[in-house]
Unconditional design. Structure first.
Ligand code: ZN
Length: 432
């Protein structure tokens, strides 16, 4: 994947001011030291475990929004550099939270998730859960995952402590002629719930568990892409997280897939459109002119299970999350290219399908890719027999609506906003 395809997170003027201030502070004497400088760009977070052996370094290494430099692995190693079989508390010792309930809920949910999720944490340095994170992301400069707590609140009081700001990506691609949609479905219902900021209600762990599994499989695949599991133990601690990632670039799953002509992506139309949809690129007349059928034609012939595959390093993550959720929970993923609705505030019945599939990863072109990706990211487990035993992807019916394909559409809980991509790529660092 060319790094030029990675979109930058947008900085506000305030952010830029803080960034310059940090650079000034560092230039004024903090450079080349691993002692924690007091910088003003931190999340307002504290360790989930007050007695963690990393309590003095977590904030310094992973608690900054726009870190000015990557920290040494000797200060905070990858979890897999210090343990072969991490348990829930090994992860919790690396967690920073803005509110204590986030630690409690995250701990409870981790203990309910599949064991391979703990294994995948070996490629990370830690986790930050803060009320002002939206959307979630993985940062290869810190090696940590940043989680939007909207995934894990259970009581209405907990919900009230979280930012209810609109996702910054909500308006991307508004002038295009098509809308890509997706959702995870279990037992003819959404597999997990979203957040309605206007209503008072509580949720159970069962309402949110699969949403967190979805997010973690996605973000952890990024971590295991940058830090390939077989190499984690060999990484020299006397380097920064970022320089370690850079030294492993040729071994990355994303790079290996892009060298394999039978499973790599190639549509230049979809690469460009993904920058509009997920990076906020201003579309030109060409992009605004593509019909839903043209986009469907392009996507159908690609070994991709979503438009998001074409953005940055997302190809690996998109295939991996779909396989793992089906493997553990029997969940189906539906995706479709639909016509941009002409009405204001459209509902599912206003999105007319041009083309779509259920369980796209079961397509003949995607199964070999799914096997390859699971081998690279989870070498301890062999999912090839499972993937080969599956049937085929199911075609959706052209010109039906997104509501028609949901057999039962009634739920008391709001569905997640599945027009949005899972996360955002934070950075455009050269990795050098
Ligand atoms: Zn991602």
């Amino acid at each position: 994947m060319k790094l030029s395809n990675i979109s930058e997170r947008r900085f506000t003027e305030k952010d830029l001011f803080l960034l310059f201030f940090i650079v000034w502070l560092l230039a004024a004497g903090c450079q080349n030291t691993e002692e924690a400088p007091s910088v003003p760009d931190g999340f307002n977070v504290h360790p989930a475990n007050s007695n963690t052996p990393y309590k003095n370094v977590l904030n310094y290494c992973i608690g900054q929004k726009y870190p000015s430099q990557s920290r040494s692995l000797r200060t905070l190693p990858l979890i897999g550099q210090v343990t072969d079989n991490p348990g829930v508390e090994d992860i919790m010792n690396r967690v920073l939270v803005s509110h204590d309930w986030m630690a409690n809920n995250f701990r409870t949910l981790l203990s309910l998730l599949p064991a391979d999720i703990l294994e995948l944490f070996k490629a990370t340095t830690g986790v930050v859960i803060s009320s002002d994170i939206r959307p979630a992301y993985y940062n290869p400069q810190t090696g940590a995952i940043y989680i939007d707590p909207a995934y894990i609140w259970l009581t209405n009081d907990e919900k009230l402590t979280i930012s209810n700001q609109k996702d910054s990506r909500s308006d991307y691609g508004k002038t295009l002629k098509f809308v890509p949609l997706w959702r995870y479905v279990k037992d003819k219902k959404y597999a997990y719930s979203g957040t309605d900021w206007t209503k008072q209600y509580n949720r159970t762990v069962d309402d949110v568990k699969i949403g967190l599994a979805h997010l973690l499989y996605h973000e952890l695949s990024h971590a295991n892409d940058y830090f390939p599991p077989p190499l984690i133990k060999t990484i020299n601690l006397d380097q920064t997280v970022q320089s370690a990632a850079y030294s492993l670039e040729n071994e990355r799953a994303d790079v290996k897939i892009s060298r394999n002509s039978s499973i790599r992506l190639s549509s230049s139309v979809l690469f460009t459109l993904s920058n509009v949809l997920y990076g906020g690129m201003q579309p030109g007349s060409a992009e605004n002119g593509y019909s839903p059928d043209t986009v469907s034609f392009e996507l159908k012939k690609e070994p991709a299970n979503d438009m998001y595959n074409f953005y940055g390093v997302e190809d690996i993550a998109m295939v991996f999350e779909e396989v793992m959720l089906h493997y553990h929970y029997g969940i189906d993923r539906q995706m479709a290219i639909t016509k941009m609705p002409a009405v204001q505030n459209p509902t599912a019945a206003d999105y007319v399908i041009s083309w779509g599939q259920k369980n796209r990863f079961m397509d003949d072109r995607l199964k070999p890719k799914a096997i390859e990706i699971t081998k690279l990211l989870l070498p301890k487990y062999d999912l090839s027999g499972f993937i080969n035993s599956l049937g085929k992807a199911t075609e959706m019916v052209k010109n039906t609506t997104w509501a028609d394909t949901m057999y039962i559409y009634k739920t008391l809980l709001p569905p997640p906003d599945t027009r949005l991509s899972n996360d955002i790529l934070l950075i455009n660092y050269s990795m050098k």
